[in-house]
Design a protein around this ligand. Sequence first.
Ligand code: MN
Ligand code: MN
Length: 298
Amino acid sequence: MQIEDYIKAGKIASEVRENVRAKNWVGKSVYEICEEVENEIRKRGAKCAFPVNASINEIAAHYTAEPNDPITIKDTDLVKIDLGAQINGYIADTAVTVCYDAQYDGLVQASEDALGNAMSMIKDGVKASDVGRTIETTIKQMGYKPIANLSGHSLEQYTIHAGKSIPNIWSIGGFSLSSNSAYACEPFVTTEQGGGFVRNGQIKNIFALNSRKKTKNDEADKLLDFIWNNFNMLPFALRWITKEWEEKKARELLEFLIKKKAVQAYPVLIEVNEQRVAQAEHTFIPNESGVIITTKAS
Ligand code: MN
Ligand code: MN
């Protein structure tokens, strides 16, 4: 584990996240948000670990801007901005919810408090299920609901979801956190009227390489190489390939690669009762005495 790179990536991601938190995004398009935040990551010397997610209201996660996406932030919206920086494949994954309707300030606070309470209990050997219990209890005490089918995750080099889950509810069994690994913790919270679950939506605008097996279509194989060389196995957006291929062609090639199962597409995740969802997220590495929160605000 390359702890220095995790820390470098974390410092960059946390700086960018705090700037996102401080800024008023009302009137900006999600295209402007995603491009601006991604450029802030690159300017600081990291690569993007995945396309910036700007998921509005009942969309919990996995929405990134389409090329020239016109959707614009309104003064009643609540937006989860989830960003990732990577140095040599070592990832910092962090998120903040910006909210312009005071009615939902409590929802945002619940995600932040749940994350804070989870971070306070982390050290080598702590059970992930106990972290889940803390998250659930914090959220319920504040009068809200955790999203049960979204969770944090272990991280590995060039892998965001490396196999282990840190739940947002108490659950039986599970594993113990280890000082040899990095993890992300990400409480998602909805209102009492929410179902406390997400379902897949129709829209898919985040993709990742699945296999590097050649397709016998030269142009598609060229795109496969481009994806591997630039993003490795990490997620990417159509916006990231339309500098090399014009949009219509890029969409066609991507469709073809999805059909060939060389590329997978991730659907947006929507709260089942279409209630608003807030999220907070940190990346951390447990140790003997506690935790290094790589994305902690300085
Ligand atoms: Mn994230
Ligand atoms: Mn994550």
